[in-house]
Design a protein around this ligand. Structure first.
Ligand code: RUQ
Ligand code: CUA
Length: 647
């Protein structure tokens, strides 16, 4: 009770020492804080929680939280501790406000690169965002996010919080262990989940053991270009287990990747064909395999040409990976889920899911066992298995359904307990639980401030809850997810705030110090935002024009408060039209939109930005074009006509 009292006293000082506070709604006489608490049925603990998150107008947050947007195929950006939603970044899904997927060349290119089997995909199941790292610390340059359903990877540039690239490989047909970065962002990891014949080939599921495989892709990141380079990437073939989450080793364990698996039973469904249902078939064994991958060694073998190319990807085949000592297994308790390397890189924590323990592996022991070739056996594919008991430092009894673990800077770990709906705080040194806090409900991932770097901040944790049940005013049978902000500063964890996420099921999120991200205020004049360079077709004020060339009509247009120039465009039916539009503004937040109805063209022209659009004027008529952002008092007048004369 003493902490809330102090905060309450602070609150009173903050309102000028008098026990008067403004009444919501205004007008009526100010009520005292006590009266407000009574009227709103708030306890001192509630008021303390409010004071820890309340952020007055104009004040900025201490952290950015980058959360997966789940099915929406987007990324949600939230300020912490206020829990205010700052942005949804369009990634895999068209998004009208950002003009993403509505005509401009850059987003068209992203969607083209994200096609699967030649098919355009307009949604994604985004799971794990990963911030780029330098020496194991977030550097605030880019964010990666993977799509589980249509295995793809996206690169988001944090200079402008927009998607710079989407890549895809036909090697695998689903992914889950993505995105995770190596400590200097040399590679971005994408592990498959559901085994399938590599390279999109066909084989009946009855050939599961022989023809189906898993794989992990190491996407090469070119930091100068801020792009993933497919030609420099590679993959490692894995047995047909369901590989799950991954984490890269750091410091002591640098050079390794750890990846969970389940269904080492190789159950593959067929419940209408006399087989056990997949979930029970996959839960027979007491142990599955933690995959220990030496990516440095793999990289050297790839450079030496020991690969086979499948679906345009250089693949280190399973037998090579085994023969060269790239891949080892260590047993892990029953259908694990999260694998999380500790900040010092010395230990690896695995959540048991169907086991009540967190298992703490010692990297030093794993390394020694590998060096001594001390195996307790081999799996059916010949992968050496290290002895479990000698590879672990210990186990901690956490509770029901441990999934994911994050860390603070004080030697504590925080593990989500899905079945118990709790977060367990425990000591890495003593492997003892120190505290538990209830979350609402069925927590999946959790994220702590800089919680998976070499130097976590502690302070705040966000529980990412799958079920919301009774937490919010009802909105029908489909409920939002619930992000709960938890204070880590006291001995006891305290839930401070509930934020409904009504757009998809977020899985993971990362929280970075806000001052590490250097976001642009405006683009330099004429910037092509996908290239982050001046566009060759950028238009300067006074140089607007319409030109007819062999490939169609080129319209060089500018936008500035409150007009487009030219504002009348005349073309003939069937002509190809190339719009080149520069927003001449250099004032912060002076964004213009450009909408051309019936042609499905809708752009967001941020200050300094240039965009190119190409389309065929196939339907004659009169089409108003106008600015879609309320940019000025004469915004409604910021309009013109696109005239298509019939043939
Ligand atoms: S999953 S809720 Cu990370 Cu995709 Cu565990
Ligand atoms: Cu420009 Cu409204």
């Amino acid at each position: 009770m003493c902490i809330p009292r102090v905060l309450l006293a602070l609150a009173l000082v903050a309102c000028g020492g008098a026990k008067k506070a403004a009444t919501p709604g205004g007008g009526s006489p100010a009520a005292s804080l006590d009266e407000l608490m009574k009227a709103r049925n708030l306890s001192e603990t509630d008021v303390a929680a409010a004071l820890k998150t309340y952020t007055p107008t104009g004040r900025h947050d201490e952290y950015y939280l980058f959360g997966s947007g789940g099915h929406s195929g987007q990324v949600v950006v939230i300020g912490v501790p206020s829990m205010r939603i700052l942005k949804y970044i369009a990634v895999f899904t068209p998004e009208p406000w950002q003009g993403y997927g509505y005509g401009d060349h850059a987003s068209k290119q992203n969607f083209a690169d994200g096609r699967r089997d030649g098919r355009s995909i307009t949604w994604a199941d985004t799971h794990h965002p990963a911030l780029s790292e330098t020496k194991g610390d977030y550097d605030g340059e880019v964010l990666f996010i993977g799509d589980k359903a249509n295995p793809r990877m996206a690169v988001i540039d944090l200079r402008d919080f927009s998607t710079a690239q989407i890549v895809s490989s036909d090697l695998i047909d689903s992914s889950h262990g993505a995105a995770f970065v190596t400590p200097d962002t040399e590679y971005v990891i994408e592990g498959s989940q559901y085994p399938a014949p590599l390279g999109g080939k066909y084989a009946d599921v009855s050939q599961y053991n022989d023809a189906y495989r898993g794989a992990v892709i190491f996407w090469k990141f070119d930091r100068a270009k801020r792009r993933l380079i497919k030609e420099h990437s590679f993959a490692i073939e894995l047995p047909p287990y369901m590989q799950d989450l991954a984490d890269a080793g750091k410091l002591d364990s640098h050079g390794y990747v750890f990846m969970n698996s389940f269904d080492t039973e190789r159950a593959h469904g067929g419940n209408a064909e006399g087989n056990p249902p997949l979930e029970s078939g996959a839960s027979q064994n007491d142990m599955d395999y933690l995959h220990v991958i030496d990516w440095k060694k793999a990289e050297a073998l790839v450079a030496a040409g020991k690969t086979e190319t499948i679906a345009d990807m250089r693949v280190l085949r399973l037998e090579t990976a085994i023969a060269e000592g790239v891949l080892h297994f260590v047993p892990e308790p029953k259908s694990p889920h999260g694998v999380d390397v500790t900040p010092d890189g010395k230990d690896i924590v695995v959540g048991g899911k169907l086991d009540t323990h967190g298992t703490v592996y010692s990297f030093a022991s794993i390394k020694r066992l590998i060096d001594e070739k001390k195996y307790e056996g081999k799996d059916p594919y010949g992968v050496p298995i290290l002895p479990f008991k000698e590879a672990i430092r210990g186990q901690v009894e956490l509770g029901l359904g441990p999934l994911h673990t994050v860390y603070d800077g004080q030697g504590n770990a925080y593990t989500s307990l899905f079945l118990e709906s709790k977060v367990a705080k425990w000591s890495l040194k003593d492997l003892k639980v120190l505290d538990k806090v209830s979350t609402h409900y069925n927590i999946g991932h959790l994220t702590a401030a800089e919680g998976d770097t070499v130097s976590p901040d502690g302070k705040y944790l966000v529980a990412m809850n799958k079920w919301a049940l009774d937490r919010f005013t009802p909105v029908g049978p489909l409920l939002p997810q619930n992000f709960q902000l938890v204070d880590l500063t006291g001995d006891k964890m305290q839930v401070l705030y509930d934020l409904p996420i009504p757009l998809g099921e977020p899985h993971y999120a990362q929280m970075i110090k806000a001052d590490k991200v250097k976001a642009l205020e405006v683009y330099p004049p004429g910037t092509n935002s996908s290239e982050m360079a001046k566009d060759a077709l950028a238009v300067e004020g006074g140089k607007e024009r319409i030109e007819r060339t062999a490939d169609g009509v080129h319209v060089y247009m500018t936008a500035i408060r409150s007009h487009f120039t030219p504002d009348i465009i005349r073309v003939k039916q069937g002509e190809t039209v190339h719009l080149h539009i520069s927003n001449l503004e250099q004032a912060h937040d002076a964004t213009h939109g450009f909408a051309l109805g019936s042609y499905n063209i809708n752009l967001s022209l941020e200050p300094g930005e240039h965009e190119n659009v190409t389309f065929v004027a196939d339907t004659p008529g009169v089409y108003p074009m106008y600015c879609t952002e309320f940019c000025s008092a004469l915004h409604l007048e910021m309009a013109g006509y696109f005239l298509v004369e019939p043939k």
